[in-house]
Write a protein that binds this ligand. Structure first.
Ligand code: CTP
Length: 402
């Protein structure tokens, strides 16, 4: 699948740069066209001659070749189907995140119109540093593809996370990204309505009943649907997640279940696919106090009343408007049975099950482990993955199954 693909490989200063030679060789074996850009620091770890021989193209390092000809960073950025930065040093990560453009590689990166993937490599303490983590997260939030470092023995002799992913792993990612790009039009102009985040149910002007949902899963689904060509309307509860990458979609911010219900109701008519991932509070205080409640009494009782079940309502309107509906189920026990029962009760086409029994799944984590159940008793189980990858699995399943 890499045959004829144009791959631009950026190599930065890290001991893992030696693996770039294997990477280029394997990419060439797969039939890809490869051009390599090196930073000056990378030259201390691997020679340009090795990489130009393997890639069968001149290796580019400087903005100009001995003042004679100009290496056009814009053309290179436009030439590539994908740009890989492997290894990506802590220094380059920081530059990518701030837009510092002090070498040809950064100029090409800033001009690239294609997907960009980066494979960090550094010592474990550097990898664990708050700034590195923040830079990586910020790049992921901006839509760049992380090929995560692996655990193992490091050049320092220490053992931990920081080794660059192996060339085979990088190539697998490359195929997935390019495959995804080819599928970009999978949901061309399909109208998605997505709910995400928690809801807050007011007790008085300062207090509320809420839950631990971060909204991240729904936000990732919205971003991925957008990447696959969909028109997305996101109804988002009070989430503190970074909303960069959501600029090109319509967002309605809401706080309570009632507000979410009202936002959804007016949208159903124009929806093709509804994905309801919000963790909606099932109950709200019967009366919301106008003033802050004072602690005069030793005990108080809050009377709660049921909130509207937004997904159930959407299920009831399905026949009228003809959309497909996907819900979520967060369960702690009898997971499959409970999810199946929700699928039927709420008239869904698919349900995505999270079990709180699974480590790394559910609320307030950056990973998730899901099972998708269909109407025909089909059960698809997935591994623990980042929420961005889980979003891809969910959308690919929707495309395949309904
Ligand atoms: N949901 C909704 N409105 C509600 C409650 C839930 O739209 N008032 C949706 C959620 O977005 C999710 C699905 O229904 O897609 C299941 O939510 P969950 O809380 O697991 O199920 P409940 O129906 O509330 O059932 P229970 O709490 O009894 O498990």
């Amino acid at each position: 699948m890499l045959k004829g693909k144009k791959i631009l490989l950026g190599v930065t200063g890290s001991i893992a740069a030696y693996k770039a030679a294997f990477l280029v060789r394997e990419l060439k074996k797969e039939g890809a066209e490869v051009k390599v850009v090196l930073t000056h620091h990378a030259k201390s770890f691997i020679t340009p001659l090795t990489l130009s021989t393997l890639s069968e193209n001149p290796v580019l390092i400087d903005w100009s070749n001995d003042q004679e000809s100009w290496n056009n960073h814009v053309d290179l950025g436009l030439w590539a189907d994908i740009m890989l930065i492997a290894p990506c040093s802590a220094n380059t990560l920081a530059k990518m995140n701030t837009g510092i453009c002090d070498n040809l590689l950064m100029g090409v990166y800033l001009s690239a119109k294609c997907p960009v993937a980066f494979a960090p490599a550094m010592d474990l303490d550097m990898y664990q540093h708050f700034t590195t983590k923040r830079n990586i997260q910020s790049l992921v939030d901006q839509g760049y593809h992380l090929i995560d470092a692996e655990e193992g023995e490091l050049a320092s002799g220490l053992i931990g996370k920081g080794r660059m992913a192996e060339p085979e792993t990088i190539i697998e990612h490359c195929k997935l990204i390019l495959g995804g790009k080819d599928q970009k039009k999978k949901f061309n102009q399909t109208k998605f309505l997505i709910t995400a985040g928690p809801t807050y149910e007011g007790i008085d002007p300062v207090r509320f009943i809420g839950n631990r949902s971060s909204g991240k899963m729904g936000i990732e689904i919205a971003k991925t649907a957008k990447k696959m060509g969909a028109n997305v309307h996101l109804v988002l509860g009070p989430s503190n997640e970074n909303t960069s990458g959501l600029e090109e979609m319509e967002i309605t911010r809401v706080e309570s279940a009632e507000e979410m219900f009202n936002a959804v109701k007016t949208r159903l008519e124009t929806t093709d696919i509804g994905i309801f991932s919000a963790a909606v509070a099932d109950y709200k205080p019967k009366n919301q106090a106008d003033q802050k409640i004072k602690k005069n009494d030793s005990e108080i009782t809050l009377e709660l009343v049921k909130n509207p079940d937004i997904l159930k309502y959407a299920g009831e309107q399905k026949a009228k408007f003809g959309y497909k509906l996907i819900g979520f189920a967060l369960e702690t026990n009898n997971e499959i049975e409970n999810a199946k029962s929700k699928l039927g009760r709420k008239n869904l086409d698919l349900i995505v099950l999270n079990s709180l029994q699974d480590k790394g799944a559910g609320f307030a984590t950056s990973t998730n482990k899901i099972t998708i159940l269909g109407k025909d008793n089909k059960i698809l189980k997935f591994e623990l993955k980042s929420k961005a990858e889980v979003a891809e699995d969910i959308l690919n399943t929707i495309a395949d199954e309904i």
